[in-house]
Design a protein around this ligand. Structure first.
Ligand code: XCC
Ligand code: SF4
Length: 632
């Protein structure tokens, strides 16, 4: 039991929900959420700056750079080495998360190709053939099943590969590939780089912070140009490559008179089937006999983005809305798989009738119901989950759904951007390049990543995005960043009114929003491909590092964001992080990350918590690139 009264304004500001009645209900129910917990947990200053090491039990050690008696750990490790190891560990964990998702997708794809996963099919045969080409799989005279089996085997082998180069590396500009080879950071195998990172950061191995960060780059590249790209591309082949569609966002998408099922997590494998099961005639009539008018699916976090992009399923909220969604009292089941799932969910759910259902063997919660996903009978699992939710409907107590609901347009795969700008029959990046060259669009900035309750969530993202588009910068967005933009009304074509005159002109001509939702966090790989295609189209330099572009994660919190940031830095992009930066405890390492690293990879990090200041830095970077290319 907690007194929530002083937290109410905080939740209100943070959730940017306007419905006061709903927020008061949280107060009355005495639901404890992340917004209370974050106030009671002061971050450890050593951990925050990266100068705490627990790699062995002569420690744990906390060091202070430049101090006379505390500047090294018991083993002699210095602050920059300790902070670099901590950073490398984060990159390894983030890469592991995205890539293990990619592995599940690849395994399901192979099982489907072999006819062992009923219900899954190949929806995008064009992309299947394109990938076959990248993986050197013969397509001549073979049917799609034969191609898919060989492709699936080759993709699965990328994880355990020991030598050579990941196949997707050759999708990067030639010049970039050569640079990676010169630096010795071309990823060989996805698992290999993660394991080697973990080896290097264990006690008494790599002590040279620059060398540690170089391998962190290699590991991160195995994420962006490996695990994440595999997840994106094979999901597109199986579930369809996204095309623009309209949908709704915010807690108001929950329906008072329907069975509400929230899908939360990251892997769309089971959710694809749940979406189908919710249309099942038998289940719909079961819902009616339970007194409901229908079955409503809504998403949270990146699973939300996945099924939004391909089916227009509404989004209930971003990372910080998972507990608030339960507090509506209107959720029959919250179905979770992996990543970004708060352990507090079953505790919050206990105040209501909601059943929290875990579905991955890798991610269980002691107090949740576990119904495991299985590729052989995925549809049956999905039906079982929907049936349980229906049976839970009569147990509802008071329902309080905030009225907030907004329109959005999503579905901007890099293929779609090509069609949209170039036209169906001459799809190309030429018009985008031309508009950047003539200066109508000054450049492109990726705004990605999480929500973090340590800052004013949503506010930071949206202040930044508004400033960027006002300065004629086309914004590409994914993950919770995209959900935030949607909740601020920035993902509709009408938002072009907020853009500078050049960008507005382009948006109005094409009928697109100034902020393009490209998908989940693994879909940041779409941004890598878009950047490579912009280079290939010509006129904007020979490498990603020359394109007037930058990236940022203004409200990041996950290790995955660190892996993403590092693969963009290693791909030649300047990346700005808000909140805190995990190396600030070592000036030596931070100077390297914020400066010197650029001489190696052409990309670099910056840290700037203020959204307007961050926007300024991103705009300056874009203008710098333009100047270097001799553009007006
Ligand atoms: Fe998680 Fe992907 Fe971050 Fe959102 S943005 S909080 S990682 S759900 Ni990826
Ligand atoms: Fe301390 Fe060194 Fe052990 Fe880290 S590895 S805990 S710095 S003794």
């Amino acid at each position: 039991m907690k007194n929530n009264s002083d937290v109410l304004p905080l939740i209100r500001a943070a959730s940017t929900l306007t419905d006061t009645r709903f927020l008061e209900r949280i107060f009355l129910d005495e639901v404890v959420t992340v917004f209370q917990r974050v106030r009671e947990m002061k971050p450890c200053p050593f951990g925050r700056g990266g100068t705490c090491c627990r790699a062995c039990f002569m420690g744990p050690c906390r060091v202070v750079e430049g101090s006379s008696n505390r500047s090294t750990g018991v083993c002699g490790a210095t602050a920059p080495a300790i902070a670099a190891k901590g950073f490398g560990r984060m990159v390894a964990a983030g890469t592991a998360a995205h890539s293990d998702h990619g592995r599940e997708v690849a395994r399901l794809f192979l099982a489907a190709a072999r006819g062992e996963a009923p219900g899954y099919e190949i929806k995008d045969e064009w992309k299947l053939r394109m990938l076959a080409h990248v993986f050197e799989v013969e397509t001549e005279g073979r049917d799609k099943r034969q191609i898919a089996i060989e492709l699936g085997e080759k993709v699965v082998a990328e994880f355990g590969r020991q030598e050579g180069e990941l196949h997707f590396v050759k999708r990067a500009p030639e010049k970039r590939q050569e640079l990676w080879r010169r630096l010795g950071i071309v990823p060989r195998g996805i698992d290999r780089e993660v394991v080697e990172m973990m080896h290097r950061v264990s006690v008494g191995v790599d002590q040279d912070y620059k060398n540690i960060i170089l391998h962190a780059s290699r590991t991160a590249l195995a994420d962006g140009w490996g695990g994440s790209m595999i997840a994106t591309e094979l999901q597109d082949v199986m579930f369809g490559t996204p095309v623009p569609l309209r949908a709704k966002v915010n807690l108001g998408v929950l329906k008072e008179d329907q069975v509400n099922i929230i899908i939360h997590g990251h892997e769309p494998l089971l959710p694809e089937m749940i979406v189908l099961a919710a249309q099942d005639k038998q289940l719909l009539s079961l819902a009616r006999s339970a007194g409901a008018r229908g079955i409503n699916i809504a998403g949270i976090c990146c699973t939300a983005n996945e099924i939004l992009m391909r089916h227009g399923i509404p989004i209930a909220g971003a990372f910080l809305h998972q507990e608030l969604a339960l507090a509506t009292g209107a959720v029959e089941a919250m179905v979770v798989d992996v990543q970004c799932i708060m352990q507090s969910l079953p505790t919050v759910a206990r105040c209501f009738h909601t059943e929290v259902i875990t579905t991955s063997e890798k991610a269980k919660m002691a107090e949740a119901v576990h119904i495991p996903f299985h590729a052989n009978y995925a549809f049956d699992v999905a039906r079982e989950i929907v049936r349980r939710a229906i049976e839970n409907y009569p147990n509802r107590g008071n329902v309080n759904i905030p009225k907030d609901e907004l329109d959005l347009v999503a579905g901007f795969s890099h293929e779609t951007i090509k069609y949209m700008l170039g036209g169906r029959y001459r799809a190309s990046y030429r018009p985008l390049n031309d508009n950047i060259i003539n200066g109508r669009i000054r450049g492109v900035v990726g705004v990605v990543g999480c929500n973090n309750p340590r800052v004013r969530p949503g506010y930071v993202h949206n202040t930044l995005v508004r400033e960027l588009i006002a300065n004629n910068i086309l914004v590409l967005t994914t993950g919770c960043g995209a959900i935030n933009a949607a909740r601020a009304g920035l993902l509709i074509p009408e938002a072009a009114e907020l853009a500078g005159s050049g960008l507005r002109e382009v948006c109005e001509a094409v009928g697109m929003p100034p902020v393009l939702h490209m998908g989940a966090c693994v879909d940041n790989s779409r941004i890598l491909i878009a950047a490579s295609e912009i280079v290939a189209e010509g006129g904007l330099g020979d490498d990603i590092s020359e394109v007037p572009a930058a990236g940022c994660a203004p409200e990041w919190m996950s290790e995955k964001a660190v892996a993403i940031g590092q693969y963009f830095v290693a791909s030649g992009v300047m990346v700005a992080f808000g909140v805190d930066f995990p190396t600030l405890g070592s000036e030596v390492l931070s100077d390297f990350m914020f400066g010197e690293i650029e001489e190696l990879t052409g990309g670099m990090w910056v840290h700037e918590p203020d959204p307007l200041e961050m926007a300024q830095l991103l705009i300056e970077r874009v203008e710098d690139r333009r100047k270097a290319l001799g553009l007006p």
